[in-house]
Design a protein around this ligand. Structure first.
Ligand SMILES: [Zn+2]
Length: 264
């Protein structure tokens, strides 16, 4: 069995401020350490459920956060960016049997996490087919494009609830709750234990976690600064909706994600 894990940092237990998410900042190592521990819990669950190959994508900012020498032997760690449409899902293909998301966070326009955003901090919201999304949605659809079921997500509580809208049978672990600029966090070791347990449940329900992709992917981006909407409107096929809003419709997620590379 081959398993894909995509890990972000803003949905890791205790991570609350941008400073903690920036490589080189004095506050970063503690966040990176817990991110690593939560990823290790996911790897251990996968191994105990029969995974023979595990790929982990470090999918936050520099993509050089996870402490590599702590990961179980045999795990492949993807660091840095491929600069291809899959982005936070780089390396995924039809050969994988399950996808897992660790440390994911609420999207732009949601208040479930003080660090809510979608791909960057330059937009007020991103929608797919009229529904406000988080990075989870894009990445789950990328997994679906390759026929890979999405069995588990951890992150802030609001994101975990949001994920169920497109994968009703997904297992989840809300490791914190956002309130204003604050976070209410569960104990880091408790988080790891729960993540491991629920991923194991996820593997037992793998066949219930396939996502049905929509017929088309209409991406709408509302930028904080109108000049970015103007610039994005020149991407072939893009439409300007109002001063700060553009849309692009792709026939599948791959086409939409390719446009996203240039527009968002
Ligand atoms: Zn991130």
């Amino acid at each position: 069995m081959k398993v894909y894990i995509s890990a972000d940092i803003e949905g890791i237990t205790n991570v609350t401020a941008w400073e903690e998410t920036e490589l080189g900042n004095i506050e970063h190592p503690m966040a990176a350490k817990q991110m690593t521990k939560e990823v290790i819990s996911a790897c251990e669950a996968a191994i105990e459920c029969g995974a023979t190959e595990i790929y982990v994508k470090d999918a936050h900012d520099s993509a050089r956060n996870i402490v590599s020498d702590q990961l179980p032997k045999g795990v492949t760690l993807i660091r840095g960016w491929t600069c291809t449409p899959e982005s936070m899902m780089a390396g995924i293909d039809e050969s994988f049997d399950a996808a897992i998301f660790i440390g994911y966070h609420s999207g732009a326009g949601f208040n479930g996490n003080p660090l809510s955003h979608t791909m960057n901090r330059g937009n007020n919201y991103v929608k797919i087919n009229g529904r406000k999304i988080a990075e989870f949605d894009m990445n789950a659809y990328v997994a679906a494009y390759y026929g890979v079921p999405v069995i588990f997500v951890s992150g802030d509580e609001q994101l975990c609830e949001h994920a169920k809208e497109i994968v009703p049978n997904i297992q989840s672990c809300g490791v914190k709750k956002g309130w204003g600029e604050a976070t209410f966090n569960i104990n880091p070791d408790d988080a790891c234990k729960l993540i491991k347990e629920r991923i194991k449940t996820g593997f037992s329900k793998l066949n219930e976690c396939h996502i049905v992709s929509p017929e088309k992917f209409e991406m709408e981006i509302n930028f904080k600064e109108c000049v970015h909407a103007l610039r994005s409107s020149y991407y072939p096929g893009a439409k300007q909706i109002d001063d700060c809003t553009v849309s692009f419709t792709g026939k599948n997620i791959q086409e939409m994600m390719a446009a996203r590379m240039f527009m968002l």
